[in-house]
Ligand binder design. Structure first.
Ligand SMILES: O=P(O)(O)OC[C@H]1O[C@H](O)[C@H](O)[C@@H](O)[C@@H]1O
Length: 283
C-alpha cells in the first residue's frame, strides 16, 4: 500500500468521470455515490465529521448491534471505529472498481464486546450501480458469537412523499414509532407521509424504490440480509437531532438491509457474509 493511501481518511473509488464513490475510513461510511453524474446518497449538511460521532447519512455500517445496545453505543461500534484500507481501489476486466476495508477487534471493541473478529467490507462501483458486501470472521479460540448487522443506506430523494418501496407487502413489521407493536403491512407499495421507523421481518430480497435522486428508480437486492428497515425522522424527530437539519427530512429515506430481527451466530473459525447491490434501473 502506498504511503499516501495510508494517510488518507477518505478513499475515492472512481470508475470513470461520472461514476464514483467515496468511503470515509471513519466507520467505513460510504459518504457519496455518484451514478451517471447524479449523487444518489444523502448526507446531512449538519453531519459532524469529527471522527468520533457517526456520520449522519451515507451508508453507516451497523455492527455488532442494531439499535439500542446494552453493552455500548447505539448501532454498535463499527460505524464509529477507524477502519483500514485492505485493498486499494482496483479496476477489474469490465471496468468496475472495487476497494476493500477492514476492521479488527482491539482493546476498545473487546472492552465492549469480548470477541476476536475481522470484518471486511467490499465496495464496488459498477456501471449499473453499487455493490457492498460485509463479511465477518469469528477469530475466537472456541466461542461462537452472535450479532446483528445492517447497512444503513440513506437514499437522497427530491421529495420523500413521492417515493414508493416494493417488497414489503403482507409482511409483519415492528412499528418503532408505535411502542414497537407488531403490525402487518397492508399496502402493496409503502409510501412515507410521517415519522416512520419500521423493522420488516423476513422481507423480500428485492426492493424497488422509485423517485430517488434525479427521479431515478433503483432496485435494492439483498443477500443474507433477511430484514429491511425503513426510516424517515419527519418533523419532530428531525428537530431533536443536532446533526440533522430541521428541513432535511423530505430529502432522504433510509431503506436498510439488515440481519436484525434475530441475531446471527457464527462459530469460532467460521465466517458469515451478507451483501446488497443497488442497481439503477431507470433514467
Ligand atoms: O440516530 P441513529 O443512531 O443514527 O439512528 C437512526 C435510526 O436508525 C434506524 O433506522 C433505527 O431504526 C431508528 O430507530 C434510528 O432512529
Amino acid at each position: 500500500m502506498t504511503l499516501s493511501a495510508l494517510k488518507m481518511s477518505k478513499i475515492e473509488i472512481r470508475r470513470d468521470s461520472s461514476n464514483c464513490a467515496v468511503v470515509n475510513l471513519h466507520g467505513a461510511t460510504l459518504q457519496s455515490w455518484v451514478h451517471e453524474g447524479t449523487e444518489m446518497i444523502f448526507v446531512s449538511k449538519k453531519s459532524v465529521f469529527d471522527n468520533k460521532k457517526a456520520i449522519r447519512g451515507g451508508i453507516p455500517v451497523v455492527f455488532p448491534c442494531f439499535g439500542v445496545w446494552e453493552l455500548g453505543p447505539q448501532h454498535g461500534f463499527a460505524r464509529i471505529s477507524k477502519w483500514s484500507l485492505l485493498e486499494e481501489p482496483t479496476k477489474d476486466s469490465n471496468g468496475d472498481v472495487k476497494a476493500v476495508f477492514e476492521l479488527s477487534d482491539d482493546d476498545n471493541t473487546r472492552s465492549l464486546w469480548n470477541n476476536k473478529f475481522k470484518l471486511s467490507y467490499t465496495v464496488c462501483v459498477m456501471s449499473s450501480g453499487l455493490f457492498t458486501e460485509l463479511s465477518v470472521n469469528n477469530l475466537n479460540d472456541s466461542e461462537p458469537f452472535s450479532f446483528t448487522w445492517l447497512l444503513h443506506t440513506y437514499f437522497a430523494v427530491p421529495d420523500v412523499t413521492k417515493c414508493t418501496i416494493s417488497g414489503l407487502s403482507c409482511l409483519t413489521y415492528k412499528d418503532k414509532v408505535d411502542e414497537g407493536k407488531e403490525k402487518k403491512e397492508v399496502n402493496d407499495l409503502v409510501t412515507i407521509s410521517g415519522f416512520t421507523d419500521r423493522v420488516y421481518k423476513e422481507a423480500s430480497e428485492n426492493h424497488v424504490i422509485t423517485n430517488v435522486a434525479g427521479g431515478k428508480t433503483v432496485l435494492l437486492k439483498k443477500s443474507n440480509f433477511p430484514d429491511t428497515v425503513v426510516w424517515n425522522p419527519w418533523i419532530e424527530k428531525a428537530k431533536s437531532m443536532s446533526d440533522f437539519g430541521d428541513d432535511e427530512y423530505p430529502y432522504m429515506v433510509c431503506v436498510e438491509a439488515g440481519y436484525v430481527a434475530n441475531s446471527c451466530t457464527v462459530n469460532a473459525g467460521s465466517s458469515y457474509t451478507s451483501s446488497q447491490t443497488i442497481d439503477v434501473v431507470s433514467k
